[in-house]
Design a protein around this ligand. Sequence first.
Ligand code: HEM
Ligand code: FES
Length: 767
Amino acid sequence: MNGCPIDHAALNSGCPVSGKAASFNPFGGDYQVDPAASLRWSRDEEPVFFSPEIGYWVVTRYSDVKAVFRDNILFSPSIALEKITPVSEEATATLAKYDYAMSRTLVNEDEPAHMPRRRALMDPFTPAELVHHEPMVRRLVREYVDRFVNSGKVDLVDEMLWEVPLTVALHFLGVPEEDMDDLRKYSIAHTVNTWGRPAPEEQVAVAEAVGKFWQYAGTVLEKMRKDPSGHGWMPYGLRVQKEQPEVVTDSYLHSMMMAGIVAAHETTANASANAFRLLLENRSVWQEICEDPSLIPNAVEECLRHSGSVAAWRRLATADTRIGDIDIPKGSKLLIVTSSANRDDRHFESGDEFDIRRENSSDHLTFGYGSHQCMGKNLARMEMQIFLEEITTRLPHLELVPNQEFTYLPNTSFRGPDHVWVQWNPDANPELRDATILLRRQPVKVGEPSKTNISRTVRVEAITPAADGVVTVTLSDPSGKALPKWTPGAHIDIDLGDLTRQYSLCGNPDDLSRYEIAVREESESRGGSRYVHHTLEAGNTLKMRGPRNHFKLDPAAERYIFVAGGIGITPIVTMADHAKAAGKDYEIHYCGRDVAAMAMLDRLNADHSDHLVVHSSALGNRLDIATVFSTATAHTQIYSCGPERLLSALEEATAHWPEDSLHVEHFTSTLATLDPSNEHAFEVELRDSGLTIQVAADQTVLDALRASNIDIPSDCEEGLCGSCEAPVLDGEVDHRDMVLTKTERAQNKSMMTCCSRACGQKITLAL
Ligand code: HEM
Ligand code: FES
């Protein structure tokens, strides 16, 4: 047991280590079964605690774990690979026999040495380079599945998930494929050596294997040195060494060769085994990805969040500091439990739930964050996507062998089941009936998945007339599950034949058994509304994405004025319902040409008659915008949806109102596509990642970030939705989005990276 780091003499009370903290043991029991669940108490009661068992401070909440990752100077990664259990003298002697001299690699290296190396060696990891590996990964996965597809029962780990990532890692590093069995033994030993708690008698055997691993790495490197022209990360490193010998040293390359195999292999093998277990345990989700492979990229991300293969990581406090409310003395060791952070309800709604349509899955910290964030994350994502694509296509009827016990190698950090036994009826393999399924491909988009691809199937329950030329369409989940939550102002995207259209939700946000949208048949329709009115029938199914809300109601306003033109009433009616329920003062101006064609009048009259003014040209009481808005009123927010004509008139009429009083719903952006002849190139400094990147005149900041392997979520990519927002630390931004208010723009604290640019030559972001 390690000594308590807190000066008891300075305290009036006893030792502050709570009973739960004292009994925390990451090598056994609950933590090994489910680390995130075993630390729920900590997230809720004691998010930073000292564990006498391991002598580490344990950090469990999302915001704290991310803050630790963000500052790699205050929280040094130097102990990331330190043995968690002290090595016995005999084991040390065994390692010495093999001249074992593992030194720092990228992952545990401090600045200023780390960043120049990371930069020098990053190129092979960028999406542009990784696409070249896709055919190799597909070929390998196909070959392994061919071997067992007709067998009916298999351990996925032994037959595929262990060896494929190892072979991919070897290809990526540029090493030969031979000696795979030995390597497999060595790399297990390496995990136990670093993260596990080997018994004293085991330590020597582990050290033997680690020593052999070290020697093997050295031999291969020497072979490569004779001809460093090959593909792969190591030959690339050898070539960089010729130009920058002080940045990429010999000892570094030898260490990196061994660490690189471990980094790329076990992490991905474990992550894939976790993913198969999780998806097959949630059979209906498995079914969904079989039916709609476009869900696979986000499913991978959600698996990495919910059951990632790196359960915890380590940092060392280099100065006295605080995390949350807790003082952390200089020299403290931190176990930052990413698996716990990834299920923190404060960041991920109902964090324990497995939801492959979760919009912020890729915020997970399984790949770390900031200047040391995993360089190989996009290779890992690609492998996992291809595994799932291949198996869901060829063995959709696969199921877990019932009642199997899942075992895990006891250690703090790397996590994946030793075996995942699955079974199926080979006579029912779809390829026996239709060999063309083998030609199907779900294209891999290297990088973080885009939210715009997260779709779900809905069934049309009813199509009912709502007014002249307007129908209400009621949608539900075909399996009767609740649809996702939404708030007034939200819309969904629906695929109608070859078109995608956006419609505001206009039903009751408290009733998640159904959605309602109202669709007007437009005379100039390119087909969307015509399809709804003339082709769509009750009982049909549709693909839907969303809901999303770019038109949110400000809950703090004292008073609301709602202005709707025609079918623009759909988001407004739910906002008015909300204002009424919240007891707010509000008025609705509803404009249309002819009352008979104005949808939802009955509902408005029933629920909002005292607040409603109907303006119709046929009635001769058109809305006199200039008069209604002549007097600017404080604490009043105006929300409007309708034709562009109405919106521009409102903008003009409210110009003298307090800033940010008017909110309008744009379904499509009026942003022109980027015209490089009118733009200039500039620099973006990324403070957390320690990088400076160039944004070319024909590139968005978002594109430039992704090309440099920086993850950033995006959705609309037209400045409408706010998902690509990044915090700005310095430099003036040329804001071009429709998300930020005038005041927010003037504060210059954040920008939408999909469209906004630098006014000058440089901006600095907290990424
Ligand atoms: C670093 C996880 C796959 C190469 C890391 C870190 C984590 C991690 C947690 C430390 C991050 C930090 O300190 O902020 C994972 C997981 C993987 C995976 C969960 C699979 C699912 C890979 C692959 C490769 C790779 C396939 C190589 C092809 C690296 C490298 C670093 C790293 C080189 C060090 C980066 C630096 O310190 O600058 N990884 N990794 N990883 N990973 Fe991965
Ligand atoms: Fe929607 Fe940038 S992605 S605002």
